[in-house]
Design a protein around this ligand. Structure first.
Ligand SMILES: Nc1ncnc2c1ncn2[C@@H]1O[C@H](COP(=O)(O)OP(=O)(O)O)[C@@H](O)[C@H]1O
Ligand SMILES: [Mg+2]
Length: 569
């Protein structure tokens, strides 16, 4: 879970600017030569052809006459997305080398291929277009796309958000602040990609570099002035955001996740820390809540001029006069140089106070007036699947949340505990084919902090769901004697109904792990499943209402009529 978690199974077509770039292959080779990227390895020998001339040594003077005729009008790493005139980047992948699809790319109109030595060897004699060979084509692709599309990110106020938890929420809050300040905004993240008022489903938290640069080019073309993006550790490690220039970057926190990808926590941290290198980000805002561990403080000490935020007066930004309720919180944000601004955030939970504070600090650091930033934050009524209230007239709090790491489960349950007097009931599962180490920890956190816990399937993907549930239960059984009563109900809808059946006045039901997702993936099949709809239907059924119309009206928290509209101060 966490990173490419889109389970709706639909890949939206990659966007391209209508004004297509036109750079020559010779210019491309000049760029790569200057960057020292072109490999000295000669292209495979054999009958002379355009491919071999171009794929030869960096100097290849005899090839230049041919090369100048090749005009590059776009770039992609996906052979299925190739458009005529594209540079096709044939990258080494975990399962296959992109070179295996180069012939298809050329058939679709690719004008040239960028690859590594292994790819070039696979292509020997197989394609009729020039082949450019570099040491690290994945890294080069980001720079090439940035250059080809005319460095679009530099024509936007670009703000980046990284961290284990809170990226999507913080990015939505930042976007709301930018809009309140009169910017025309773009937003890129887990839930959706937004260009002004147009919304597209996101395939992954951070797109591949060529798609990302094309998207920024589209944004510039459509008059977008500022964009906020979630930057995953995978994206940083895989050079997807190389070449981007951020006006400011936010670090929310770091805790265990993705240890299937990063060998150690330090490796994971270093991937995130890359975003804060001065050549990438002009300003840094870093969460240093000690309750979230010490990684933030370590990063802040390393980044010159970084500003910190935490629920603690020793941070540069901190929340004073905090009042929390089921419907959100109010506080006075205190910042550097005596800044003091009242903030209302409609997302419940203490951690969303911290998220709002970080968003505000980033906005102000990037030049947005504090009052406008706070007004925007106050106008955001909710973030899909993040502490999202489901209200069907029931006498207890019902929330859908995307907590899918041990820290998020702990944070959310602790936060909700502070909002209620009654019992805390949680439904939780863990994703298959992802970091296994976090399963017992998530199970333990639920057992330790809830009164009743139902362990249910999340997205088992290719794994046996029973194994995942057993790993969670093993963690829960180590949680101690005061732990919650744990019941395993693999069928997620049944588990949700069982949780609702237990809930009474003053209680809270938290459905954790899948948030905004609209499908459940088991054995390679994605079936429609939306926690919000299933929860609403279960609540109505328990109240004795007509079964099965849970999704009928927009009573989900934050929607008009749910009583959770912003109250401006
Ligand atoms: N500041 C925070 N600290 C700890 N947990 C958080 C924080 N913000 C959000 N969470 C938890 O993490 C989950 C994912 O939040 P989200 O905003 O989608 O972050 P991300 O994009 O980093 O996954 C939320 O549903 C909530 O359970
Ligand atoms: Mg996200």
């Amino acid at each position: 879970m966490g990173c490419p978690t889109k389970v709706d199974g639909v890949t939206p077509p990659a966007l391209r600017p209508t004004r297509r770039p036109a750079r020559t292959l010779t210019e491309l080779r000049g760029l790569l030569a200057e960057a020292g990227s072109l490999t000295s390895a000669d292209a495979p020998s054999g009958p002379v052809g355009q491919a071999r001339l171009a794929g030869g040594s960096a100097g290849a003077i005899d090839g230049d006459a041919v090369l100048q005729d090749v005009v590059l009008q776009g770039v992609t790493h996906d052979s299925r997305a190739v458009r005529p005139g594209d540079l096709y980047a044939a990258l080494p992948g975990a399962h296959a080398h992109g070179a295996a699809f180069a012939a298809a790319a050329v058939a679709a109109g690719a004008a040239a291929v960028l690859t590594d030595a292994a790819g070039a060897a696979m292509l020997a004699g197989a394609v009729t277009v020039p082949v450019v060979v570099t040491e690290g084509p994945r890294r080069d692709l980001a720079q090439v796309a940035d250059w080809l599309y005319g460095q679009p990110s530099r024509r936007l106020t670009l703000l980046g958000v990284t961290g284990t938890n809170g990226k999507t929420t913080s990015a939505f809050l930042v976007d709301a602040g930018l809009r309140a300040a009169g910017q025309r905004t773009g937003l890129l993240g887990t839930v959706e990609t937004r260009i002004g008022d147009e919304r597209l489903d996101s395939v992954r938290t951070t797109p591949e570099s060529a798609d990302l640069q094309a998207l920024f080019a589209v944004m510039v073309e459509r008059g977008i002035t500022a964009a906020t993006m979630e930057v995953s550790s995978h994206a940083l490690a895989q050079h997807r955001v190389d070449g981007l220039r951020f006006a400011g970057a936010l670090f929310t926190n770091l805790s265990q996740d993705h240890l299937d990808y990063h060998p150690t926590m330090r490796d994971y941290f270093e991937a995130k820390a890359k975003l804060f290198e001065p050549e990438r980000s002009a300003a840094a805002v870093i969460g240093t809540d000690p309750a979230a561990g010490s990684w933030g403080a370590e990063l802040a000490a390393r980044v010159p001029g970084a500003l910190t935020y935490a629920p603690d007066p020793s941070a540069d930004w901190w929340p004073d006069d905090l009042v929390m309720s089921e419907r959100g919180s109010t506080f006075t944000a205190r910042g550097p140089r005596g800044v003091e601004v009242p903030v209302r955030v409609h997302l419940p939970g203490r951690f969303n106070v911290v998220n709002a504070l970080g968003a505000l600090a980033l906005l102000v650091t990037a030049g947005v007036p504090a009052e406008a930033a706070a007004a925007g934050i106050g106008e955001l009524t909710g973030v899909p699947g993040r502490m999202e209230r489901v209200e069907r007239g029931q006498p207890y709090l019902a929330l859908v949340d995307y907590a899918h790491t041990p820290d998020a489960v702990e944070t959310v349950l602790t936060s909700v505990r502070g909002l209620i007097d009654g019992r805390l009931i949680v439904v939780l599962g863990c994703g298959g084919d992802r970091d296994r180490a976090k399963r017992p920890l998530m199970g333990a956190a639920a057992a330790r902090l809830a009164d009743l816990a139902f362990f249910a399937n999340d997205n088992p993907r290719s794994e046996d769901p029973a194994d995942i549930l057993a790993q969670m239960s093993a963690g829960a059984s180590r949680a101690g004697t005061s732990a919650a009563k744990v019941t395993v109900i693999p069928d997620r809808a049944e588990a949700i109904a069982a949780a609702v059946a237990e809930a009474g006045p003053g209680d809270a039901v938290v459905i954790a792990g899948k948030g905004h997702e609209r499908g459940q993936e088991q054995h390679g099949v994605v079936a429609p499943f939306d926690d919000r709809e299933v929860l609403a239907a279960a609540i109505l059924a328990a109240l004795g209402g007509p079964p099965g119309d849970g999704a009928a009206d927009g009573g989900v928290g934050g929607a008009p009529g749910s009583g959770s509209r912003a109250v401006r101060r």
